[in-house]
Each structure stands twice: as C-alpha cells, then as structure tokens.
Unconditional design. Structure first.
Length: 339
C-alpha cells in the first residue's frame, strides 16, 4: 500500500464529491446556466461539504485498517459501520443501499443483505480498495466483491466496481499508456452493458470527443449521467483518460455532463487524484472543503494509518440534520431561474 496514493485518492474523491454535490440531479443544460465558468464549491456560502460517496470511502478504509487480510471480517466490520451510518439518517441515500442496510438491521449477514441492483453504491467503496491492494489483483477483486455484496447483488455492479478499483490500482504500477490502461481494464468486463460502453470509450478517446459528448452517447438520457454503475464507471474513466494530468478539468468535465454529479465526480476524482501529488490537488478547493467530521485534515490522518471512529453517532445525526436543511435549501433554489 502506497500511503501517498491512498491519501491522494481519498482527497481527490472528496473534492470531486464536493464540487459535484450542488449539481446532483440536474441536467447538463441547466448546470451550464446555474454554474457558468470555472466550478468551485458552492453548497453553503462558497464552501463545500461531502456526501455519502466520501462517507462510504472513509468507512471502507477504516474497515480495511481493521481487517485487510480477511475479506469476511472486513465485510462484517464495514457492514457494522454502514448500519450505524444508516441510523444517523444520511441525506440522499440510494434506495438499494437503504433497503440493504435495513436488512442488516433485521439480522441478514453481509453476504446476503444486498438487493438486486446495479446502482452506484459499490463504486463509492471501490477506489480505496484499489489504492489499498494495488497490484494484488486477487485480493483486490475479493474485497471489492465482499464490499459490493453488502448492498448490491447484480453482477454488473460488481464488475463496474472492480473496474474502478483496477483503474486506481493501475496508478500504483507507474505510468502506463492509454492503450495499456484500456487493455488492462478490459479484463474486468463481463456484461454487454459494460462492454458496449467500454468499446465506445475507446472510439471516443481516439476521436477526441468531449466528456459530455461521450456521456451522451452511452447514457440512457442525454445530458444526464444516471446512477447505473457501468455508465458511471465508464464516464469517470473516460474523463480521467481524456484529461489525464489535469485534475481540475477531469472533475469539471464530469460535473458539467449532468446527472449523478457527486458520485461521478467522486469516482473520477478518486482515480485522477490517485495519480497526482496529494499536496497539489487544487489548493483552493481543499481550503474550501468544510465539513465535520470529514475534512481534509481528517482524511490525511486516516490515510496515514491513524484509526478513528466513524460514524460518530449521535453527533453524525446532528450533522446530517444540518446537511439535510442545506440540501433542501438548494432544492428550493432550483425552482427559481435561470432554467
């Protein structure tokens, strides 16, 4: 495990999450009108907060720190954290994840609690597993599968999460060319849904298409990247390769593509961030990331191996009530022009 890669992956994901969060659920056309020009944190008074994407990544890392050699024990530790995370009433939780965590509270084991869905939940937990295990492909895939099954049983969710983890792991191996990256990632494909999107990814990269144009070509709804895991994984990986070495542009391009912007921003930020110097990740974005208990300093501490309690119940409940009010305020703001 490379601690710098782990730190940069987590920070990059958190920044992508915080930049994308104010645009979640809006189409690309409306985002262009509401947030013209360069993007910055804008959730509350020019500052940014994180959503469930970063929270899941933190819980995954803490569970890996407890049990990095035993996937079953790791799964149990992560499931326990997710149960208490649900008890803190998080805003914006996905339906499949919520149903699965209720099943955990009802006594289902982590390997059996997931529901049949190919939503984005597992992609929130995959990047940190990729950073943790690096080139240990068997371990990486085993732990991604264990993490995925807690909430999602659809094989398409597993393969998309494994591809995202693999993309982060490739960063730890050194500099690979675009074609080498694509050849490696192609080994994760099992379904037609991911295969067709990945084939189009190759073609679009060669043609130099924008991230928004590529997203529109594979999305179920133009101007809106959905919460379908193969779609999110491919758009995030496309943005990383299309703007490789430019962290800001990677994040801005996926957010401006619309849809599930916080998760796509988180995944793209995790991959692109892992390839960057953690101390040079958009300093102004880092300075404006203001949340509790997850902020830049907290992420740096746990990435360095310092264990921490999370979720911090019942204080997490208080935080989430405040967060919900902020999100509702944004919801009302969207009722106003420009349309």
């Amino acid at each position: 495990m490379n601690q710098n890669v782990l730190k940069a992956c987590l920070l990059g994901g958190a920044l992508g999450d915080s930049i994308g969060l104010p645009s979640e659920g809006i189409n690309a056309r409306r985002i262009a009108r509401l947030r013209p020009g360069a993007l910055r944190q804008s959730l509350v008074f020019g500052k940014g907060m994180v959503s469930d994407d970063t929270e899941h990544a933190v819980m995954t890392l803490l569970s890996l720190m407890d049990h990095d050699g035993d996937a079953r024990k790791f799964s149990a530790a992560l499931a326990c954290r997710l149960r208490w995370w649900l008890a803190s009433v998080p805003a914006g939780i996905g339906l499949a994840t919520a149903r699965s965590l209720v099943k955990l509270w009802l006594g289902f084991k982590p390997a059996n609690s997931g529901v049949f869905s190919a939503g984005n939940g597992p992609l929130m937990r995959a990047p940190v597993i990729g950073a943790w295990f690096g080139e240990e492909s068997e371990k990486r895939n085993e732990f991604v599968r264990a993490s995925t099954l807690i909430t999602h049983r659809d094989p398409r969710a597993t393969e998309a999460a494994q591809m995202v983890a693999h993309a982060v792991a490739l960063v730890t191996t050194g500099t690979l060319t675009e074609d080498e990256v694509l050849d490696c990632l192609q080994t994760d494909i099992g379904s037609d849904d991911l295969r067709t999107r990945f084939q189009k990814l190759r073609v679009s990269l060669q043609a130099g298409e924008s991230v928004e144009d590529y997203a529109n070509s594979i999305s179920r709804k133009p101007g809106f990247v959905s919460g379908f895991a193969p779609e999110t994984a491919c758009v995030a990986i496309y943005a990383w390769l299309r703007h490789r070495g430019d962290f800001r542009m990677t994040i801005e391009s996926v957010v401006k593509a619309g849809g599930d912007t916080d998760t796509v921003g988180f995944v793209a930020g995790s991959i692109a961030g892992a390839e960057c110097d953690p101390d040079r990740l958009a300093p102004d974005w880092l300075a404006n990331l203001r949340d509790w208990p997850i902020h830049a300093g907290f992420i740096e501490r746990i990435a360095a191996g310092n264990k921490s309690r999370y979720p911090n119940w019942p204080m997490s409940l208080v935080r989430n009530m405040c967060f919900l009010l902020i999100v509702l305020t944004h919801g009302f703001r969207r009722l106003l022009p420009p349309y």
